[in-house]
Design a protein around this ligand. Structure first.
Ligand code: FES
Ligand SMILES: [Fe+2]
Length: 396
């Protein structure tokens, strides 16, 4: 068992043609480009009306990753979660399925669950004691005679469409929507995520950051291989090349490959097909509209970005580090913990000390009355795809 997963870690494969294309760019001093530059109106970062539209038309329509399945490992586990439009409860039922509900009592609107996570078969409201089963059905109205012949079936928790797929729990933050994650992902992205087997890995750590920055400015920084050596000269720049990428644009989603500096060892001669190359190439999946999944040699990092109010200068970023389980790693607990703790620490440090100050400064500067818009170069392929896809939902 351990053997197969260790091998699988190394198999975190990178398609051979991506590697050869990256090497060709490195030899020529080029990168993947599109035909035109893109201009963005600065209002998309500062206008509350546009922020409101995005919450309705982007986050009321698109399935987003709300959690990892392993955050609800067992039947009757639940978590609560602030989504872009609603406060939600996500629960695993006795049959193993996952459902999501608005975290609000149907009587007089109390927040039903204050805890971030827990395990129970029923939710009981602390205000007047109404209770609901884990599937959201209203179970008991206290002093029920006072309510006469109410139809309990109409007073269950309001449900959000949810689906567990590829180790992620996807939710559309709109009770009126219908969810079909495979259709939303499309064949290329669905197949890639299926091959990652995230459902067999361990969520080492997760953390949310509330930043005074528009969610799109936040996300843009993680779709960008152009800023590495300028913003991260002594961290990421030591291991990743700047402004060299291969992008596969699949419409709503895209895959972006960037070479680590260790790929320089193949500058003279391409590797043979089948040679394990995941250590030398970082794959970034843009999962539109608001998630980025990084595939590294033996771990994944999931980054999610979303607004939580109609204030355009307020957003939440979530970061999750997903690693091989201890029992699959072949490592001692001490070595495993030390390795991932160090990794987690570095990730947070780079974000907090290097990216966030720049991103706060962007939002601050967009507060200027005579601000200018944004221009995205032909090399900023993933950023162009991101803004194209958000606009396609928002401006329809
Ligand atoms: S608000 Fe929940 S029981 Fe009254
Ligand atoms: Fe960065």
């Amino acid at each position: 068992m351990a053997e197969s997963v260790i091998t699988r870690g190394l198999q975190n494969t990178v398609p051979h043609e991506i590697v050869t294309q990256l090497l060709a760019h490195m030899r020529a001093g080029t990168t993947h480009t599109v035909d035109t530059v893109m201009h963005l109106d600065s209002d998309i970062f500062v206008d509350p009306q546009i922020a409101k539209l995005e919450r309705e038309r982007v986050f009321g329509v698109a399935p987003i990753v709300a959690a990892l399945g392993s955050e609800l490992a067992n039947p009757f586990d639940f978590i609560t979660k602030r989504l872009p439009r609603n406060e939600a409860i996500i629960a695993r039922l006795g049959d193993g399925s996952v459902r999501a509900f608005i975290n609000q009592c149907r009587h007089r609107g109390a927040t039903l669950i204050g805890d971030e996570a827990g395990h129970c078969r029923a939710f009981s409201c602390q205000y007047h004691g109404w209770s609901y089963d884990i599937g959201g059905q209203l179970r008991n109205i206290t002093f029920g005679d006072s309510f006469g012949a109410v139809n309990r079936a109409t007073l269950g928790l309001v449900e959000l469409p949810a689906e567990e797929r590829h180790g992620f729990i996807w939710i559309i933050d709109n009770p009126a929507a219908t969810i079909d994650v495979a259709e939303y992902l499309g064949p290329e992205t669905d197949a890639a995520l299926a091959s990652y087997r995230i459902d067999q890995m361990h969520l080492y750590r997760g953390r949310a950051f509330d930043e005074p920055v528009n969610w799109k400015i936040m996300h843009d920084a993680f779709l960008d291989g152009y800023h590495i050596k300028f913003a991260h000269p002594n961290s990421a720049n030591r291991v990743v090349h700047t402004n060299v990428a291969v992008v596969e644009d699949h419409g709503r989603h895209a895959r972006f490959a960037s070479p680590r500096k260790s790929l320089d060892a193949w500058l003279e001669k391409d590797p043979e097909p089948g040679e394990p190359m995941a250590e030398h190439v970082m794959l970034t999946h843009f999962l539109g509209p608001n998630n980025t999944l990084l595939q590294l040699a033996d771990n994944y990092q999931l980054l999610s970005f979303y607004p939580i109010t109609d204030n355009p200068a307020e957003s939440r970023m979530e970061m999750r580090l997903i690693v091989p389980r201890l029992e699959d790693s072949g490592e001692t607990e001490e070595a495993w913990t030390m390795k991932w703790e160090k990794n987690w620490h570095i990730l947070q440090m780079v974000l907090a000390e290097e990216d966030f100050p720049i991103l706060r400064g962007i939002q601050h500067a967009y507060g200027s009355a005579s601000r200018s818009g944004t221009v995205l170069g032909r090399n900023e392929v993933l950023n162009q795809a991101f803004h194209r896809e958000v606009a396609a939902l928002r401006d329809r």
